[in-house]
Design a protein around this ligand. Sequence first.
Ligand code: EPU
Length: 421
Amino acid sequence: MDSILVKGGAELHGEIPIAGAKNACLTLMPATLLADEPLTLTNVPRLSDIATMTQLLQSLGVEVTSLQDGRVVAMSSQSADNPVADYNIVRKMRASNLVLGPLLARHGHAVVSMPGGCAIGARPMDLHIHGLEAMGAKIELKDGYLHAEVPGGLKGAQIELRFASVGATENILMAATLAKGTTVIKNAAREPEIIDLATCLRAMGAQIEGEASGTITIQGVDQLHGATHPVIADRIELGTYMLAPVIAGGEVELIGGRIELVNAFCEKLDQAGVSITETKKGIKVARKNGRIKAVDIKTEVFPGFPTDLQAQMMALLCTADGTSVLEETIFENRFMHAPELMRMGAQISVQGGTATVTGVERLKGAPVMATDLRASVSLILAGLAAEGETVVSRVYHLDRGYEHVVRKFNGIGANIERIKN
Ligand code: EPU
């Protein structure tokens, strides 16, 4: 398994282009199952998770063509006739469960392997299932697979989510576009990826309103048609690279970044003493003179502070002046990076969903192990600020969500190398 060697200490200057959003693309791709005509996505990030979704869709009979070096993905579901999402693909990536709603809407039945737990939490699917059941589906778990069927077709329903789940909102929203009648999803997720999905579905002919408000109303239509849709910028990649010059010193411009995608995150950086300015091309971030100040963080659904930036923020706060309290409210086990950061000299104590971080002057390089995607990149960020060398192992997690990570960091003057094993 490859690892990444980070030599700390270099100041960072330059530009980083922000890619299309992984989590938007992973829900936009299954939307192709809702129409026979082609759906073409542009600004697609080149990631192993996108390759896994491509493989899954192909196994369902979707024709997927990758163009412009993977930046454009053209999909046609005209001859997609397999409603079974196999365990061997689903187990690689939880987001595979996003084919459930579209398959059910297309075929009237679907068999989708239940994804297992993952490093950050158990992540059940009850909200997806209850939502689709409210629309008339019968869903049973047999041999590790969800067997779903809706003989008379999906019917519009009033659905109130117990929690504003991103995935459940996406599955229900996609299914509802082809249901008979009106569906209302209350307490729906409002993440930018949901807005992007609704925009794409509307371009395909769906009738959707209110996706930014938390109550989404969908008027089902008989069929959707083809469309071309540009994937929104990746707000988590943006936030991650915004932290690089803050941790290591310097000034970096994030091309294509927009503050409204990362407002809550920017507020915390502002409190910590970071300079953020909007430019014509994106966002410029610089570390002001002196040490970063400690700030408290609580992860929340959008528009709150994103859980997907918690690990990276913790890496920053490890060298802040003072003590920060980080509360993780979305996933029950998302502090796996803390013991790894402690191997680098960080002072962190974790109790349940709360981590207390007391800043030290400087971290020290060490061999560390990545446990999930965001944890991996937080260890690279920590390595940039550390004295000496850090070797991050198990970097296959990184390939899932950060395209050309070594090239992007080195492009702003970092000293990072991938070591092939
Ligand atoms: N939950 C339930 N029941 C459900 C669905 C969710 O209890 O039926 C719980 C989960 O266990 C979790 C919480 O609700 O504790 C949030 O889950 P949600 O469904 O909102 O998350 P998701 O759709 O599984 C997406 C992103 C994650 C991101 C979360 C939260 C994709 C492919 N994944 O996951 O991204 O952390 O929303 O914003 O969109 C990442 O990119 O590193 C990543 C983990």
